[in-house]
Design a protein around this ligand. Structure first.
Ligand code: 3H9
Length: 705
């Protein structure tokens, strides 16, 4: 027994070969450094044992068998009290820093955050081809808080460390070797092989602690750190962590290692306690829980290898690229040869762009090209495991192609529609086996946007659903399962938000007032710039269909219809909510639209008033929140966190605010209820009401998240 823990604990295993002592971390799935479980404590205890054993000359830390080195600190422990009787990662690395025997980190698989910081605390780092290294804390709204901001600049220099930590990007072992993070590339992490390499290459090598290295500041220009902050200002606006990382690195150049560590610790704690980090950590777990089935099932369909996409338009092409890039065999069908040729050209351009940016090699490019066939004979899709229709968004067009597909494909083929609004249950009537039918709602551009709404029809089977969730992960998407309704989750909420934005225009705001307020809140683009970019004709067609089918139950605004009636469809026609005569990047007020807005206020008998940014933001956020609550009540969304994942991945909701539901929780129910009551008293605001679910939250029966 050491430190009150038995060393036979399965979380860390020890074995000795001659004079090499191995410490193997065994905390699946990712070897998180859980303090409460005692992982850092047991590693520390193991170090003590080897340190006191005179027969041991070298100490090696690695992941057990197939496990990675370590995915870092246990994220679920942040913001909660941890067992103070047990060592944490910092205690462990501090101990390593003082140890007098050479310690080796064997970096395999994801080695991230505190995992990489542990490796930086070792004296030598060896990595194999499976290694993926990152300090991704910034994505959780925190900073590398176990010495990363102080050790990395000492190892690879100030500028490179800053980019690595501020981007949080993942690098492979070769890049890590070139950067100087890794000392030696290895082929295997077999004990005997490692022992051999150590004896051959490191036996007489003097070891230097990273903490004792000098930082090279000779090449840093004056004001380097403030210039660096300015360079990230636009992209990282609203996120405190990147700026705190810069401060820590700056500190590392101006003070001793131990002072720098103190500063890092203070900054780390401030960030852990911030709402922004709580929001980003919540999204980390929300994204993962979105892929978990309710109820969970293990059963799976046969492997999916061949995928046919129907329709070579923008969506079809983007979807085809996503599957092709992930190594699937793709057929892209369009009966129009010109569309196919255009699509092929686009795909080639995108692949060439990836080659130019060194994202793929020439060999890979040729391999990828082999993965796709452009076909104009629909019979060829017969061999497909999955068919996704991405034809024109009109019921009759989709009905026709689905009926055709139904005749061609076999009984095991999954059939999906990429509709963004149409009723999946109605569409499922055109296939013989509706249990194999579902919606796969990709977002445009489909090869870039990570969100995928997986729409479960009333008859879609669970194995089919599960297969598609797994498939989505394989192609790098973030899947969220939703139910059937007009617009599903994301678009239904955005329709309500856009309506409210138009009501604000009716009451006194102009498009720029609304966009500026929302952009200040953190969205990359306000609702009107977004509508102009997407094309106002698209929303117009949707509204006409909704009207025809009596789907529009909420208060209506005539403004967008009137802009369209005048032939202004946004950027594509040069005018919409804004005037783009000076280019798409320079939207100016559109006088015609402003006249429409003012005449609508007159028609509604509204005396226009100045509306504060605070009211604009509140009304738009509460429109998202209340629609989200309705969707939960109707079981269209199964978890509040699913809504937040959809909004942060598909609609540019600022991640540091966590999503509409997390934001509602941050505001608090009392304030939300009182704001809705206030809004409901305003002219033009009779639609503001306290819904069922909000009432339940107010009564303490349920929570926002
Ligand atoms: C840090 O280190 C702070 C220090 O600087 C300072 C400390 C003082 N903790 O993603 P997957 C769970 S901050 C807890 O599906 P993959 C995850 O929730 C940390 N849990 O697998 C999931 O659980 P479930 C810095 C974690 O193979 C399961 O493991 N490190 C952690 O696709 C599988 O995860 C990071 O930010 C964790 N650290 O990807 C790395 N990591 O099955 C975060 C994972 O219940 N992790 N889980 O849903 C990742 O990026 C990916 O998980 C990884 C594996 C690439 C490692």
């Amino acid at each position: 027994m050491v430190g009150g823990l038995t060393l036979d604990n399965l979380l860390v295993k020890r074995n000795v070969i001659d004079n090499v002592g191995f410490i193997k971390i065994n905390n699946p799935p990712v070897n998180a450094m859980s303090v409460n479980k005692g992982v850092p404590q047991i590693i520390l205890d193991s170090l003590k044992i080897y340190e006191n054993d005179s027969t041991i000359k070298f100490i090696v830390i690695l992941g057990e068998e197939k496990l990675n080195f370590s995915g870092g600190a246990d994220i679920s422990e942040f913001g909660k009290p941890t067992d103070s009787g047990k060592a944490n990662l910092r205690d462990l690395i501090n101990y390593l820093d003082k140890i007098n025997k050479p310690c080796f980190a064997i970096i395999t698989g994801p080695t991230m955050g505190g995992g990489l910081e542990l490796a930086l605390g070792c004296h030598f780092r060896l990595a194999d081809q499976s290694a993926k290294l990152a300090l991704p804390e910034v994505k959780l709204g925190i900073l590398p808080g176990a010495g990363g901001t102080q050790r990395l600049p000492r190892l690879i220099g100030v500028e490179k460390s800053l980019h690595f930590m501020v981007d949080g990007s993942v690098i492979n072992s070769k890049t890590a070797k070139n950067l100087g993070i890794v000392d030696e590339l290895i082929e295997s992490k077999n004990d005997l092989d490692i022992k051999k390499i150590i004896l051959e290459k490191f036996n007489d090598k003097k070891f230097i602690r990273v903490s004792e290295k000098e930082i090279n500041t000779a090449n840093l220009e004056n004001n380097f750190f403030s210039n660096f902050k300015n360079s990230i200002l636009k992209k990282k606006r609203g996120f405190p962590a990147p700026f705190a990382i810069v401060d820590c690195v700056e500190k590392s150049t101006k003070t001793t290692f131990s002072e720098g560590m103190k500063f890092e610790r203070q900054e780390f704690q401030k960030l852990v306690d911030s709402v922004e980090s709580a929001a980003q950590r919540y999204l980390f777990f929300s994204e993962r829980s979105a892929t978990k089935m309710h109820p969970p099932i293990e059963k799976n369909m046969d492997d999916i290898k061949t995928i046919s996409i129907l329709g070579a338009g923008t969506m079809g092409t983007g979807i085809a690229i996503s599957f092709m890039k992930a190594g699937f065999n793709v057929f892209l069908f369009d009966k129009n040869k010109t569309n196919l040729e255009k699509s092929e050209k686009n795909i080639l351009n995108i692949l060439n762009g990836m080659l130019m940016k060194n994202k793929i090699s020439e060999i890979k490019l040729n391999e990828l090209k082999e993965n796709i066939s452009f076909i104009d004979n629909i019979e060829e899709i017969g061999v497909s495991d999955l068919v996704i229709e991405a034809v024109f968004e009109e019921f009759e067009v989709k009905k026709e192609i689905l009926s055709e597909v139904n005749k061609i494909v076999g009984k095991k083929t999954i059939i999906a529609s990429n509709t963004s609004t149409l009723d999946i249950n109605n569409l499922s009537e055109f296939v013989d086996e509706p249990q194999r039918f579902l919606g796969l709602h990709f977002f445009s551009p489909a090869h870039v946007m990570k969100l995928l709404e997986i729409v479960k029809g009333s008859k879609t089977s669970l194995p089919v659903l599960n297969t598609c969730i797994k498939l989505a992960k394989k192609i790098g998407k973030v899947p969220v399962t939703v139910g059937v309704c007009d617009g599903f989750v994301g678009n239904r909420m955005i329709h309500r938000y856009l309506k409210e934005a138009n009501h604000l225009l009716e009451e006194g705001a102009l498009p720029k007032d609304v966009d500026d307020a929302i952009e200040e809140f953190g969205f990359a683009m306000g609702p009107f710039k977004m509508s102009d970019l997407a094309g106002l004709d698209i929303g117009w067609a949707i509204r006409k269909r909704r009207k025809k089918n009596n789907l529009d139950t909420h208060k209506y605004s005539n403004i967008p219809d009137r802009i369209c009636e005048g032939g202004d469809f946004g950027q594509k026609t040069g005018r919409g909510y804004y005037d783009y005569s000076d280019g798409p990047r320079d939207p100016k007020p559109n006088k015609i639209t402003n006249q429409i807005i003012i005449s609508e206020s007159d028609a509604l008998n509204i005396t226009r008033r100045s509306i504060s940014n605070k009211e604009i933001v509140s009304r738009l956020m509460l429109s998202l929140i209340t629609e989200g609550l309705d969707l939960l009540d109707e079981n269209i969304a199964s978890r509040p966190s699913d809504i937040d994942v959809i909004y942060s991945y598909g609609y540019g909701f600022p991640r540091y605010r966590g999503g509409p539901m997390f934001h509602a929780n941050t505001i608090g129910v009392e304030k939300i209820v009182s704001e809705i009551e206030e809004f409901s008293k305003l002219p033009n605001c009779e639609h503001w009401k306290i819904g069922n679910r909000l009432l339940k939250i107010k009564n303490g029966e349920i929570n926002f998240i």
